[in-house]
Design a protein around this ligand. Sequence first.
Ligand SMILES: Cc1cc2nc3c(=O)[nH]c(=O)nc-3n(C[C@H](O)[C@H](O)[C@H](O)COP(=O)(O)OP(=O)(O)OC[C@H]3O[C@@H](n4cnc5c(N)ncnc54)[C@H](O)[C@@H]3O)c2cc1C
Length: 811
Amino acid sequence: MKSRTKAVVIGGGIAGCSTLYHLCEEGWTDVVLIERDELTSGTTWHSAAQVTNFGMTQTMVGLKSHSIALYKKLRDDPDYPVGYHHGDGGIRLANTEGQMQGYRHFASMARGMGVDYEVIDAAECARRHPLISTENLLGGLWDGEDGDIDPAQLCQALAFHARKAGADVYRHTSVTGLTQHEDDTWTVHTDKGDIDCDVVVNACGYRVNEVGAMMGVQHPVAALEHQYFVTEDIAAISEAGHRMPLLRCPISDYYSRQEKNGLLVGFYEQDCKTWGLDGISPDFSNDLCPDDLDRVMEVLEGAFQRMPVLAEVGIKRVVNGPITYTIDGAPLVGPIPGKRNAYCIIGLRAGLGEGGGHGWLLAQQIVHGEACYDTWVIDPRRFTAHATVELTALKAIEDYQNEFRFHFPHEHRPAGRPAKTTPLTPVLAAERADFTVVNGWERVDYLKPNPDFHFTPSFGFDETFDLVAAEVRNLAEHVGLTEVNGFNRIEITGRDAHWFLDRMICGTVQKREGRVGLGYLLNHHGTIKCEATIANLPASHRGPGRIWYGSAAASEYHDMDWLTANIGPDEDVHLRSLTNDQTILVLAGPKARAVLSDCARGDWSREAFPWLSVRECHIGFAPATVMGVSFSGELAYEIHVPNASLYAAYLALRAAGEAHGLKLFGARAVESMRMEKGFLHWKADLLTEFDPFETALDRFVKLDKGEFVGRRALLGRQKDEPNKRLVTLAIDTQRFPAHPGASLMQGNRVIGTVTSGHWGHRVGMNLAYAFVEPEYAETGQQMVLDLCGEHTAAEVIEKSPYDPNFSRMRA
Ligand SMILES: Cc1cc2nc3c(=O)[nH]c(=O)nc-3n(C[C@H](O)[C@H](O)[C@H](O)COP(=O)(O)OP(=O)(O)OC[C@H]3O[C@@H](n4cnc5c(N)ncnc54)[C@H](O)[C@@H]3O)c2cc1C
């Protein structure tokens, strides 16, 4: 065994083999894979190995398309051909109009990735899959690329090509420990000796937390038992003259594909079972859990009704094996939070279909620092401290029980809630707040008119429309109050704090005490990494002069990792997270100044405390830090309060607000208002795929200020035409908001993709942001938006249709 290599990939299932192969493809050939047994002896060997092209975001579609292209290449490779049935096609069934609407949206989204899904009616489903009945069926989504692959051959082929490129594969070698050194390199300890390396990758399937524990990490991954059976031959299949397409059923929670001349049918039973949470026998390898078909009887009945032929045919083989899930169903592929030079590719529940693509995106991140797509939907840092294995198990069960039922917009399922709360959560609930979830935090979504009010999550405008309109109206005419919890807050101190930020931010960094500024951090490719508010707090009895770096709640681990990784060896910079200690109360509207003046001592006049100021004060008697910033476009204050004083500050604001018409508002009202102002959301509109010029943030870039992270790459990008440009669109429909991913068309050609959409209640317009080809980015350009299958006129308008001179927020 080698004593040194560049990267060690631990685990020889599809995740590890794909990572090894793609590291070689990206140019790292001095790499090693370590597998405790034979390749594929974890979950991979017994997988049903269906390879589908369906994804709910463009990143997922893109990576799955990569899997398919790669598998076709391997199938056709004479050196090491892989058994792959490509193009059997597949149908996702639907029995509600809501599901059909969703499928039409996903078809619009996938078109932007060059993938054609087809939404078909029930009769067409039955024509393409002659074994199904159309009872209780509306139709489905057809994906012509679906198929299945031989999992063992696939992994062997990936390992074969990696070896040919220079990689080593050590089988029957267990990783027993990991040691990280001061220079951030690693020693991987195995039962056959040690290997030093720069980078380690955890690809250990259901043993993820055994290896995680070796580096002091517990990953939010839980395994469940999952079963399928294979039938005897079915005459109708042998006689059909074509292979049966794959089937996925959200009505009865099963899938099927053809296996030889029979069917393979797998189940997602409600009575499901976690596996291995309290430890896994070291001997469990190439192994299965005991069959338990009793558990799946209910689902089986649904499958029998849809495919009556199943009732007439014998079962040849049952497979019950562990399958891994995360909190939101998508895997964890990328840097391990809080660690340097450590990555994971874990929590894969559809690893054969997705594994080719995940290994590709991970290898790009390891070798180049960033992948070709924005990978936030699979980034391990999207879950933070609430993501215990216990919570993951609850969400995993819920997700498994809803395997083929996609989330509708604004749908947050109940398991594992509430995960993160503040002292105000029950108070706001008593005020009839309904909550959305942001990085585990329960955040006010809108206020219910009565305790029994419910909305039906849908792709159309829902029952909350008028309620949100009223919240916006009150705020724009009087004043509104809401809680923004979990907002990421990092305190930056040290001699070089400002110099450090100057190096990290691509524009002017506000350095004056008592002032606040907005800045963008780029990666080494010159595209957008983070967005931050920088507030300079003067020295006071609360502490010395310090900087507060504020960013989106979801970015808590992401931004901390990025800042930490970039502190120079000689820089005196100290970072401290305040995220879980402080909460923001946002006071917004023309009467916000009056409310603040009535409950906080001091001069809050425009002259004494202009827009973009920061000051420490008391709200009533509660200590607070107030910033004059606005995401609504109205005069507004962010009031940062330690959680222990939050309720006191809230009571003081409510009392002062009574005389000024203060009412609560929620996140949906914020969405509506920020879209009217042209304000962007991190990871919706601010993506690693685009630079700040493409994102219409020119005024936040200062190329001549000296070196900053990403400057050279950004200058390089300037030499080429921009790829796309972000625009604001007015959409000519009152039926649907524009959904992220929806395609914009000129004729049959996709020329852009929506990133955000919401009704603008103050301007009375249906608004969207989208990245479009530069020639269509001028104001007045007309195009067509494919919105849930309906073709709707869209027009580029000014970026900020409400109060374009920003006079209201500066009032
Ligand atoms: C019944 C069933 C049906 C499925 N059907 C499909 C399907 O149709 N389509 C699809 O896409 N997906 C399907 N899946 C899911 C898919 O099989 C998995 O997502 C995939 O196999 C996971 O691969 P992996 O590489 O992450 O994990 P694994 O295959 O479990 O590989 C992990 C490897 O790490 C090794 N390892 C662990 N610890 C150590 C250590 N300390 N040192 C060295 N090596 C170690 C293990 O021995 C193992 O080989 C199915 C799963 C099940 C259970």
